[in-house]
Each structure stands twice: as C-alpha cells, then as structure tokens.
Design a binder for this molecule. Sequence first.
Ligand code: ASP
Length: 591
Amino acid sequence: MTDFIKVKKRTHYSGDLNASHIGEHVILMGWVHRRRDHGGVIFIDLRDREGLAQVVFNPDIDPDSHKEAHKIRNEFVLAVRGMVQRRPEGMENPELKTGEIEVMAHELEILSEAKTPPFVLNENIEVSENVRLKYRYLDLRRPEMQKNLILRSNIAAQTRLYFQKEAFIEVETPVLTKSTPEGARDYLVPSRINQGMFYALPQSPQLFKQLLMVSGFDRYYQIVRCFRDEDLRADRQPEFTQIDVEMSFISEDDIYRITEGLICHLFRTCLNKELSVPFPVISYAEAIDRYGRDNPDIRFALELRDLTEIVKNSNLKVFQEVAAGGGVVKAIKIEDGKNLTRKDLDGLADYVSAYGAKGLAWARVNPDGWTSPIFKFLTASEVENINKKMEVKEGDVIVFLADSPSVVHDALGNLRIHLAKKLNLIDSGQYAFTWVNEFPLFEYSETEKRYVSKHHPFTSPVMEDLPFLTNDPGKVRARAYDIVLNGTEIGGGSIRIHKQDIQSTVFIALGMQDAEARKKFGFLLDALEYGTPPHGGIALGFDRLVMIMAGVESIRDVIAFPKTQKATCLLTDAPSEVSIEQLMELSLKIV
Ligand code: ASP
C-alpha cells in the first residue's frame, strides 16, 4: 500500500496547479472532495490544503486506474500520477484557482478509505456547531477552516518578524505560576510535590514582563497562551492567545506607534491592505459622552449629544425631573429618517427598555417644526436650540432619552449600533481603529463594597490625579489605553507604576493591607526597589484580531480546537474525571 509513497513523492499541491504546468507529469496526494461519474469518464476533485484540482480517469488512457476509481468515495485519500492538460473548451471553471486545467490520471492508488462523514464537507451547508466541534478533524478539512488557520499562522509569523525587526526580544514566561489577578478567576493546578499548594495558570504574563523590564530587556514580546476561568459570555474562550508587549523608557505615544506599526504591517503583509495612521485617540470620558461606551464603533455617526442644559427647565416633566435628579437628557440624530415608520420608532423604545430605559421620545424634523409627541411641551426656542445642537435638516429624526447617565449611555450606546445595522450604515470592508485612553484607575464594586482596578493594580495613575488617590479614588485617571477596532476592544495596556511607594498606595486604595500585599506581590514590591525603569506595555487579543482579519463572526472559527460556551472540548471530552489514584497522589478529595 505505502509503496507508492516510498518510491514516488508528491510533486505539487493540487491547489497550486495552473496553466503553466500544462504538459507536466505530476503526483498529487489528497482527499476526494467530490466525485462525478460521466458514463465512461470519472471526474474527481482532489483536495489538499492549497485547494482543488480536477482529476480525470479515462478508460482509454489508463484502464487500471479507471477501474480502481469506481471504488472511490468522498474523503478517500488518494495518490494520483498524471499529466496536466488544458480543460476542453467550455469546460473551464473560473470559480476555481485551478479551473483552466485538469490532470489526466495514469496511475491511482487509494491510500486510505473513509466512512461517510457525519456532515458534508464539500458544500456550504449549515451544520450544528456541536457536531463540527465533535468531529473537528473533519471540520478543519473544510477549505474555509484551512484558510482561517493558514491566515492565523501567517499573522503569527509576521508578528514575530515585525517585533524582531523592531529589536524586541521574545521571552517565554511560566505556565505554572502564582496567581496574578487580572479581575478573573484563576485556573488552579494542584502540586503533587508540595501537597496542598496550587499553581495558577497565567491570566497574562503581566508581572513577569514587568520583571523583565527590571532585568533590562527593554523591549519584550511574546505570543502567549493565557487562561481565565470566567463564565463564558459569547465568544470568549477559557484559553486564548495574546500578543504581549512591554517596553522601557517610553510613554503612551511609543506604545501607540509600535502597535500601529504592527497592525499596519499585518494588514499589509497578510491582507494586502494599507491602513492610515496614526489612529485617532479619544479619552474614556469623551467616548462615553459621544458614543455611550468605551469601545466605540466610529465607522458611522449617530453620535450622542447632551441636551440636558437646553431642556432642564422645559415643561416636559420627565426632562425636568431627570435633570434635577442628576440624570441626563441625550439624543441621537438619524439622518434622513423619512422611511422610519411610527411602528419602527415605537420599536426603538422597546429596544432600549432592555437596557432599563423607561421610554424613548422621538421627533421628525419638518420645515415648520416637528412631528413629535413631545413637541407641544417645548418652547419654540427650546426646539430651535435642540435643532441647532443636533445640526438637523428636514427629514431627520431625533430620538431622546432621559435617565441616569449610566442607563442613557448604555441604552443609547447600544441603540446606536442597532440603528447602524438596521439602517445599513456599516461598510463591512472598513477598518476603523481608535485608541481610548485616560480610563478611570478604579471602579467601585457594589458586590465587594470597595474600589477595584479597572485595568490591573500595576497601572500608573495620571500624576496630577495623585492627590485623589487617598481621598477620592473614583476620580483618579489611569495611564491606561485600549485599542478598539470597529467597536471591538482588541487590546489594552498601560504605563506601569515603577515606584514602590506609589504601588503600595494603590494596593491600600484597593483595600489591601500591607501584609496581604506583601504576601501576594512581595516579589514585585522588592523588585521595584532595585532600579526599575519607567515602563509600559500592551496585550492584543490575538484570536480576536485574526477573527476580524479573516472576516468571520466567531473566534472559534480561527482556533483549531476551541472549547464550547460551557468550557468543554467536545472532541476529547475534556474536562473529565480522573482516577482515585491520581487524586490520592495529590491529596485531593472530591466533595
Ligand atoms: N496584562 C494586560 C491584559 O492582559 C495587558 C497589559 O496591561 O499589558 O489585559
């Protein structure tokens, strides 16, 4: 059986053949994608990772292989020797890279037979994802999946190339480590040698990369697997990959330039696309104010405008009350909203109610005023001021929401995206990057009744906000930044604290007593006292970046062996029970 492979080597990938090979003898090896029996002649699309080629078995050319070809079924593995020829006129397939040619078979060996797969691999039909994940090795044969993983490999290779060229050093950090909280739960690994003790799988190499700066490596990167034991919201994986970066003697701008350089390099080399840099930078406060969220999609307008000042004394009670109670009245302009029916507009109110908003007012702009249920409650000058602030023209529609700032921002931030999709305002070929910076250093956790880090505890405060650190921590801004692409956060980082006293003060603001801080992070506090350069970095979500570059909707489509929403692997059945002996060795008992 394997003799063929011993003596004859594959000469080409099927998908690489083209008219320049006409007249050549080739040896192909691959899977049967499709088989068609046309009376005397049998046609096979032979598939490998580079694509498909049509192979022809003609009884007049080689009776033996033609006879053997009768046994062939989909997904059999074949070795074929044959001659590349031009397809007969009218038989070309312009949809196929190899559509001009075919291979006339002179010799065939069936290397492996295949059962009928549980789903068709040669058509784009909807298959339940659970079935795809259970038979992932078959799912991965599909050309789209091969394309995604090949792209992923190219992006990783280009990432390394870029960083090496920029004089970065790739350093591997431990996978069995001490937990360094980043706001999620750790995956724990029991230690056999040190019974009762646990390692944690890294949520990120954060502290190691900072220590590498203390060690003088100056520019570090790593393509690194990270682990977070979170309840999986849509499209999160318990293990995921980051492009992790840290640099010394730098400020925010240096991180922006290096990251933009990387992204431009990846889009140029992997997608043949030029991006324009620098990416815009907006502050967290401005992002919330204008887009209702800190990951704004700036491909379309529909910006939020604050009307509180204009309407706070109006005769409309809700506006008045909300303004008096510290809330806000904000609005979005829908340009050319003529086609929105009354029913559509009422539907928008239903939409925002899911975000806790109690009703949404609207107005159609006419030459002589508005058509609107709230028109009669507003004075002419209020209407005029709103028109001015919203920069409306005839035919536009304004939607208003009055509530607490958080409800208004959440509801309108989501409504913006909902409207953009509904009104087809998104150009799917566009890549709109933006930096968001000056995040709050802390946010108050109602469940823990204390401040928690918005990014992580090693992020530097903005120096002029230092005085608030002890008396009004909610006011302190962080030297943290996120990079957002088309409304999705694809990475984030910060300038770090490099002074021991500030680090200790931040731990205290987080409610960590000295002893606890020493126990958890003593090694960092010590290191900070031995000559630490100012430093900062960023981590980009590699899976998400590949997903967007591949133009697919789920990160599972760019990960070879992903887990389900329940953190299980349907292929291997992980996680699974372990034997009593294994537990005993670890001194563990299941309760
Ligand atoms: N370690 C951070 C994260 O994983 C990123 C960074 O601050 O560099 O989100």
